[in-house]
Design a protein around this ligand. Structure first.
Ligand SMILES: Cc1cc2nc3c(=O)[nH]c(=O)nc-3n(C[C@H](O)[C@H](O)[C@H](O)COP(=O)(O)OP(=O)(O)OC[C@H]3O[C@@H](n4cnc5c(N)ncnc54)[C@H](O)[C@@H]3O)c2cc1C
Length: 492
């Protein structure tokens, strides 16, 4: 089957009838429910873009010859790596980088694990074969995916098997001839309920101990598998217009707790079963983390371009561009953008084929970027908040502009240096939705946490960094320093 269209994406969701819950009710059809219908349309637009720009978004499947999604490609040359990144950025531009889970993120993961699958064979060759087949299945059917890696926050000071109720975290219940039975809870599936399937994988950061083997699982199942429930948080799309809520009304992906009640997973969908050691190495040894980081850095460049654009429009709109600290804050965002672009350039131009033949970006460049961006993103949001000041609260809705008694008042009161009141409020509502609305606050939280806890990522980064050359540099410097001791008169 070739790459899917937006219509096909929506029809699959309709047919699947997965068990999705929100606001205390079960959702009959996510494609029309107010909490999901707008983001479903945005996802559909991404899939449609595959056919609007096929030269950029599609390539020929190596097995069927049909056109499949470019973001599934196993790049074997730098040109292909760049082509995949350009497809990612094409999608990212459609949401200004607000949809962290556009399908390319997990397509890269599935590709990497499907190709570099020998790690999974350590337990049984079947698992490696499963990973390979799943990549092919996902690519050929353009499967949209969510994923869940994290166990519930019960007591982080204890291991999973030491929790008061050790059956709450997702765990293995039974190995059967035809597959496994699993039960328990996982967090936090962004887009949970609006994709075809869910990947259940270990954390990219947190390592498991051998006592946690029953929790050490990796598998992929359709969202509508019996016993799977998506319990979604309150929606930040309040059903308001795109003028009033320019981002939340279109790109609110949602986040879900996922419950598994005696769920059957057939063996052909299992990649790791009860093996902490394999789980701990899954993302690194398959290079999946590298390909996912490539997508993330490419997406975040687009996102930073958008933040910079909003900041510059805001500065111009209220005539604050000549103030020194305003220029300085604008420069801060520019520096982030240029630095991120440099990371990407180095990652792509130093890319090398790995032992599975995949052209793999330079991880040092991407690892630095993926550790740094979560730390700097809150600052970018803060800059917009500082520069916007009262303008981020003096934000009448579009309806106010059309009200016969107050319409002229707000138009006049809200005028800017270069824009009329209507245009200025539209811009400032965008800046507010980007940074301060529930949607905007989630964006900051998302960028900080989605790849894992930045503190523990930083600890792992520090531990893994090759420090010796720098220490050696200093030791040699000290050895080479000649004593210039000059005795004082009394010492002579
Ligand atoms: C908006 C959003 C979307 C997300 N989407 C997804 C998704 O789609 N799929 C998915 O799998 N996950 C998703 N996540 C979850 C994300 O992976 C986790 O938030 C992240 O890994 C941190 O884990 P945690 O939330 O369990 O924090 P915890 O591990 O509970 O940490 C809480 C606090 O305690 C500290 N802490 C805890 N343990 C330690 C320790 N051992 N050492 C030092 N400090 C510690 C942390 O630094 C942190 O400050 C999402 C998160 C957010 C916020």
């Amino acid at each position: 089957m070739p790459a899917k269209t937006g219509q096909e994406y929506m029809e699959r969701l309709k047919r699947a009838k997965s068990s999705v819950y929100i606001h205390g009710e079960k959702v009959e059809d996510v494609t029309v429910h107010p909490a999901f219908c707008n983001v479903v349309r945005s996802m559909a637009a991404l899939y449609d873009r595959q056919y609007e720009k096929p030269e950029k978004m599609l390539y020929r499947s190596p097995t069927t010859g049909q056109f499949v999604g470019m973001t599934f490609i196993q790049p074997t040359t730098i040109d292909e790596l760049i082509a995949r990144r350009e497809a990612t950025q094409e999608w990212a531009r459609m949401s200004a980088g607000m949809m962290g889970r556009s399908p390319d993120y997990l397509n890269a993961e599935v590709m990497a694990m499907g190709v570099a699958n020998d790690l999974f064979a350590e337990d049984d060759p079947m698992f490696a074969e499963n990973a390979k087949n799943y990549y092919e299945y996902a690519r050929e059917n353009d499967i949209s995916l969510t994923h869940t890696l994290i166990h519930p926050q019960m007591n982080r000071a204890k291991a999973l098997h030491e929790q008061n109720d050790a059956d709450v975290p997702l765990h293995l219940v039974e190995r059967r001839k035809d597959g496994i039975i699993v039960s328990g809870i996982r967090l936090l599936a962004t887009q949970g309920g609006i994709t075809d399937e869910i990947l259940v994988f270990p954390s990219t950061v947190k390592k498991s101990t051998a006592g946690e083997d029953p929790y050490a699982l990796a598998f992929a199942i359709p969202n509508n598998t019996p016993g799977v429930k998506f319990i979604c948080r309150e929606a930040f799309d309040y059903g308001r217009s795109a003028w009033d809520h320019p981002l939340a009304s279109r790109f609110e992906e949602g986040d879900a707790i996922v419950s598994f009640e005696n769920v059957f997973v057939p063996w052909e969908r299992v990649f790791v079963c009860g093996n902490s050691s394999i789980c701990n190495r899954t993302f690194r040894e398959t290079n999946a983390v590298i390909h996912m980081s490539h997508q993330v850095v490419a997406k975040n460049i687009v996102k930073t371009e958008f933040l910079l654009g909003v900041t510059l429009c805001l500065i111009e709109a209220i005539g604050i561009g000549e103030f020194q600290h305003v220029k300085d804050k604008g420069a801060e965002i520019m520096l982030v953008l240029e630095t991120m672009k440099s990371h990407l350039y180095r990652a792509e131009h130093n890319a090398k084929r790995d032992r599975w033949g995949t052209m793999t970006p330079d991880f040092a460049a991407l690892d630095a970027a993926r550790n740094w961006y979560p730390r700097i993103y809150p600052r970018l949001s803060e800059i917009i908040r500082i520069l916007g000041a009262s303008g981020l609260m003096a934000i009448p809705t579009e309806a106010d502009f059309h009200h016969e008694e107050i319409g002229d008042i707000v138009r006049r009161a809200m005028q800017g240096a270069t824009v009329d009141g209507y245009e200025r409020v539209q811009l400032f509502r965008l800046a507010w939705d980007l940074t301060m609305s529930a949607f905007g606050a989630r964006q900051t939280h998302y960028e900080y946490y989605f790849f894992g806890d930045p503190v523990r990522m930083g600890m792992a980064y520090f531990d893994g960094y090759e420090k010796e050359p720098y220490q050696q540099f200093v030791r040699e410097f000290l050895r080479g320093a000649k004593s210039v001791f000059i005795p004082s008169d009394s010492q002579r």
